[in-house]
Design a protein. Structure first.
Length: 229
């Protein structure tokens, strides 16, 4: 009963917080990513939804759910991604990062914790095949090779449900890689969530917080992720 009340309170808080805030619910212990929304770790965790393009146009059939949890060691993100047509790299590599992964289907998050320098942030991507890349972004002083040689140590897990045309992607991001503060309830991060889906020329671009530009890299449009109870 107590857990039910806590979940209802978290859901109410997420609704009250408005469309620009996602509440990351705390977890008692860490776990390996499963990309399973029905797992004990993820079941009944409320999320937010991305269903517009970066420019703000509705993107039917691609309403993406994003859930989040956290511990002192890690930030967890789960993407639930309905699709029409997958566009996948023919030779996926899962033992090393894939530069320019965004040329194929991906789910991604941009995370910034320096509120005084919002054009500096980190980018994390996962593909339906479990490929990954992480980048250190500075929009004012570009990093060598675009920042993709930076290594956060994050882990991913992905799986495709072809019958229901949904793919799932989970990230486990070390807190130390994104935030110098001690992780405590109430801390906030600047975030935005995106998807790139489908083959050209019908490629879909889905955003949680529309940037109202063709680019996803508009930190002024980021929302907030708040570490909850």
């Amino acid at each position: 009963m107590l857990r039910v009340l806590i979940l209802l309170a978290c859901a109410a808080l997420a609704r009250a917080a408005g469309p620009g805030i996602i509440i990351s619910q705390s977890a008692k212990s860490d776990t390996k990513p499963t990309a399973n929304p029905e797992s004990k770790f993820w079941k009944d965790i409320p999320g937010v939804f991305a269903d517009h393009s970066a420019k703000g146009d509705l993107t039917p059939g691609h309403r993406t759910e994003i859930r989040s949890r956290w511990t002192r060691q890690y930030l967890y993100l789960l993407f639930v991604c309905p699709y029409e047509t997958l566009y996948l790299k023919s030779d996926p590599a899962r033992d090393r990062e894939t530069n320019k992964l965004w040329e194929w289907d991906v789910a991604e998050v941009f995370i910034g914790t320096d509120f005084a320098h919002i054009r500096q942030y980190k980018e994390f991507q996962v593909s339906p095949q479990g490929e990954w890349v992480d980048l250190d972004i500075d929009r004012d002083n570009a990093k060598p090779e675009g920042g993709w040689t930076w290594n956060s140590g994050f882990e991913v897990k992905a799986r495709i449900d072809a019958e229901h045309k949904i793919w799932y992607g989970e990230m486990r991001i070390p807190m130390a890689a994104i935030d110098t503060r001690r992780p405590i309830a109430g801390n906030e991060m600047r975030v935005n969530f995106y998807r790139i889906q489908g083959p050209p020329p019908d490629k879909k671009f889905i955003a949680w917080q529309p940037t109202h530009q063709s680019s996803h890299h508009v930190p002024e449009s980021f929302g907030r992720l708040k570490l909850g109870l």
